[in-house]
Design a protein around this ligand. Structure first.
Ligand code: 0O2
Length: 248
């Protein structure tokens, strides 16, 4: 009996260690994709003097949430089954101001040679019946470990501020009512989703009009300038704080 207990405890320890190592590889995959997104954002801002990303959130799905998803989908409980079937263990959410930004970012990600897009789901062009809108990409990224290379899936959800506001409220209501949402609330949520779509369109057209009014030669007021040979050269203020090292 004692030996049996010890064997069980040992097995539990081994399983726990395996699970930790399994989830660790998702953390590394997440970090790699996050770095790529930061690079794209910073470079885009440098070239176009415009930031397409409002903010980025990321998370590793909790073991409890993974198990719930397995049971919801009626899948076998094993690490192999989790790896094969749960593609959003590592998740990144990119929130943008405008719908056009969403497609700019997704195209930039799709062009990355070391990312393999294994799922592209456009819930913006084809919203879910409940009104949910977002662009989902599942990308596979190679993670180089001490003894092996693992291809890790990371789900990237790209949406506008409005879509994000709607989805987080809907998510909260979903959990509050335990799937049994009163019809009235469902209808109002759908109505709110239509309002968000209209607002997204309005904000995008306003932004385009503002860009037109500013004209191609517009420069931000906070740019420092140097006047040389009858010409004004503008320096973005982000460079003013940079320290340069000069070689002798
Ligand atoms: P949580 O708690 O956010 O992690 P599939 O790939 O089709 O087999 P899957 O993985 O459900 O099935 O794919 P899908 O539809 O791309 O959904 C993945 C995630 O998108 C969800 O994860 C949610 O985060 C989000 N999502 C999808 N549909 C909705 C929706 O109707 N409302 C809201 N608020 N979010 C949604 P989880 O694990 O369901 O939830």
């Amino acid at each position: 009996m004692e030996i049996e207990k010890e064997v069980n405890q040992n097995q539990l320890r081994i399983t726990e260690k395996k699970l930790k190592r399994f989830l660790m590889s998702y953390k590394f995959g997440l970090e790699e994709v996050k770095t790529k997104i930061n690079i794209l954002n910073e470079e885009f801002q440098y070239i176009h003097d415009y930031n397409p990303i409002e903010h980025v959130k990321s998370r590793i799905k909790s073991p409890q949430s993974i198990l719930e998803k397995l049971s919801r989908k009626d899948l076998e409980v094993s690490l192999h089954s989790i790896k094969e079937n749960i593609r959003d263990i590592a998740g990144i959410r990119i929130v943008c101001s405008f719908v056009s930004d969403i497609y700019i970012i997704s195209e930039m990600l799709k062009k990355q040679k070391d990312l393999k897009v294994i799922k592209y789901q456009d819930y913006i062009k084809n919203p879910k019946p409940n009104g949910y809108r977002s662009l989902h990409l599942v990308v596979e990224v190679p993670v180089f470990m001490s003894d092996r290379i693992e291809d890790i899936c990371v789900e990237v959800q790209i949406r506008t501020i409005g879509m994000d506001f709607w989805a987080s409220l809907e998510h909260k209501i979903y959990y509050k009512y335990n799937d049994d949402i009163p019809q009235k609330i469902n209808d109002e949520l759908k109505e709110a989703a239509i309002t968000v779509t209209q607002l997204d369109k309005k904000m995008e057209s306003l932004s385009k009009e503002i860009t037109k009014i500013k004209g191609p030669n517009y420069t931000e007021k906070n740019l420092a300038n140097i006047f040389m040979k009858n010409k004004t050269f503008y320096i973005p203020d982000k460079f003013l704080g940079l320290e340069y090292e000069f070689e002798d």
